[in-house]
Design a protein around this ligand. Structure first.
Ligand SMILES: *[C@@H]1O[C@H](CO)[C@@H](O)[C@H](O)[C@H]1NC(C)=O
Ligand SMILES: *[C@@H]1O[C@H](CO)[C@@H](O)[C@H](O)[C@H]1NC(C)=O
Ligand SMILES: *[C@@H]1O[C@H](CO)[C@@H](O)[C@H](O)[C@H]1NC(C)=O
Ligand SMILES: CC(=O)N[C@H]1CO[C@H](CO)[C@@H](O)[C@@H]1O
Length: 495
């Protein structure tokens, strides 16, 4: 009797599992046929893996339901942890997960842009660990890697990573979980980068979605004054889903999340698939909508208090931000269409952007790099990762506090690192790709350094959330120092 009951229960759980999400044309759909709009929260309480703490997931998922969240974004996970309980908890709460496949020691970094076997293997581990959960909505191959026109030389590596992760997913027979990129909102770069990620005839090389981290809507703005009308213009005929993978200007407080009204309203909801709000936990950078307790001076690594903020326990809404966001989402009535009724019209392949010096330095017909293929200039550069260490200033103890933004400013610091390391290599005038994975150790350690640097950097809240178009913190510094290497790589890519 008991066994019967148990198997019945097991059956019921199966049946009640959450519908999966897939991309069709420029929209996301549940397999039940309904269009899906992201109402998400950036969720990274602890550095390594917030999806490995079942008790905490339960406490947070319950409050997220009150908020009206249907998604979380997690920037760093560890493939070797058990995620069953947290994933089930979020699934039971109707919450999907958007998972970054890269982490501190696997980021694609700009000083040696590379997509190689070692990174591929680590990304695969994360996909292997998560693909089976029905509430995985999508995977990111990178976050805010490219922050200026000159950085565009790194874009082919990101697109190659997406190509290979999609191919791996399909070869393994995994569900078609969308694979995409999370971009910084850099005015000079955005339209070209956005088009590049979706361009070309070969669907196996295009991303499944594109997403944007935008901090340009501050305080009482409108669709026009905020700059969102520009974002809309550039996305109108975009052939794959596009959404905001972070939003959350906090320079005017309290936050009222007025941009949600635009995103889910008539101006944008026919094009955009929603937004992820930066971020759940209140910490040093002051973006949180909940708190686990007042700031405290304790800096005890390994305890639940890091960077002065408690990171476990019962979440308490921060007022009025929590309520404001909740009411924005409750009022959202996006234009939607059912999967059956939706016939994508913008199906012609998007033209790849033309090479434009200083703005888009990848020629329209340059093939994507193969796995392990990288610019000689990068492989022959001296590895002065000490540059990165200097910038990190030894504050690697502030590890958890910066996680989400760490990822953002990650790239600021990766770039700073790149300016020091490639500074030395700017005389190297190698051209052409070399097929060498032999320096993958050096690569790994160099990106590891950058990731420490990034954590340190996000101690400065301003640098991490710099609004897009004015995004000096990432773009400016490295530009000159990297120029030599950039020029070499641009040459290569233009071939
Ligand atoms: C789990 O993987 C991480 C890297 O993601 C590693 O640092 C850690 O040592 C591993 N833990 C175990 C128990 O293998
Ligand atoms: C993006 O939109 C702006 C403003 O309308 C326009 O000037 C620009 O040409 C667009 N870029 C692309 C690539 O569509
Ligand atoms: C961040 O910006 C605010 C307002 O511009 C300024 O008052 C504050 O000092 C800045 N903080 C840091 C750490 O630079
Ligand atoms: C959009 C929204 O909900 N705004 C509210 C945010 O909170 C303040 C303070 O409670 C209210 O006055 C706003 O109406």
């Amino acid at each position: 009797m008991l066994t019967q009951l148990l198997s019945l229960l097991a059956f019921a759980t199966q049946v009640l599992s959450i519908p999966t999400i897939s991309a069709k044309g420029s929209k996301f759909f549940l397999d039940s046929g309904e269009q899906f709009f992201v109402k998400g929260i950036a969720y990274q309480l602890v550095e390594d893996d917030p999806l490995a703490n079942p008790d905490q997931c339960k406490l947070d998922a319950a409050l997220m339901q009150t908020l009206g969240t249907n998604s979380i974004r997690v920037y760093h996970v560890q493939a070797n942890q058990s995620h069953d309980e947290c994933m089930q908890t979020f699934s039971d709460a109707g919450i999907y997960t958007w998972i970054d496949l890269d982490t501190f020691d696997t980021y694609i970094v700009l000083d040696q842009p590379a997509w190689n076997q070692e990174k591929f293997d680590r990304y695969k581990e994360v996909m292997d660990a998560f693909h089976d959960y029905d509430n995985v909505a999508g995977f990111f191959v990178a976050n805010e890697l490219l922050n200026s026109g000159a950085d565009s030389v790194g874009a082919p590596y990101v697109k190659a990573a997406a190509r290979d992760m999609k191919a791996y997913r399909d070869a393994q027979g995994y569900r078609e979980i969308p694979v995409g990129y999370s971009a910084a909102d850099i005015a000079e770069l955005r339209p070209n980068l956005q088009n590049y990620m979706a361009c070309g005839d070969d669907k196996s090389e295009t991303l499944d979605f594109f997403s944007l981290n935008a901090y340009e809507w501050c305080g009482e703005q409108t669709f026009e004054t905020s700059g969102y009308s520009m974002l809309q213009e550039n996305a109108t005929d975009y052939p794959i889903p596009i959404f905001f993978s972070e939003t959350g200007c906090n320079t005017i407080q309290p936050r009222t999340f007025g941009d949600q009204d635009a995103i889910f309203g008539p101006d944008m909801s026919g094009t955009w698939s929603g937004a992820i709000i930066y971020e759940w936990i209140e910490e040093e950078n002051d973006y949180g909508i909940i708190s686990y307790g007042p700031p405290t001076p304790s800096e005890d690594i390994g305890s639940v208090i890091v960077d002065g903020y408690t990171r476990t326990g019962t979440p308490t809404p921060i007022s009025p931000e929590f309520e404001n966001l909740s009411s924005q989402w409750a009022a959202a009535t996006p234009n939607s269409v059912s999967m059956a009724a939706y016939n994508p019209t913008n199906t012609a392949p998007l033209q790849c952007p033309e090479y434009t010096d200083g703005l888009w330095m990848v020629s329209a017909d340059a093939p994507l790099p193969t796995l392990g293929q990288q610019a000689l200039a990068a492989t022959s550069s001296p590895r002065t990762s000490s540059g990165a260490m200097t910038t990190s200033g030894g504050s690697s103890s502030s590890v958890y506090g910066t996680v989400g933004m760490g990822s953002d400013s990650a790239m600021a610091m990766a770039m700073t690192a790149s300016s020091s390391s490639s500074g030395g290599s700017s005389e190297t005038t190698g051209t052409g790709f070399s097929n060498s994975n032999s320096d993958s150790d050096a690569l790994a350690s160099s990106s590891g350094d950058s990731s420490e640097a990034q954590q340190a950097s996000s101690a400065d809240p301003n640098s991490s959330a710099a609004p897009s178009s004015a995004a000096a913190p990432t773009g400016e510094m490295p530009r000159q120092a990297v120029a030599g290497v950039i020029a070499c790589m641009a040459l290569v890519l233009a071939l």
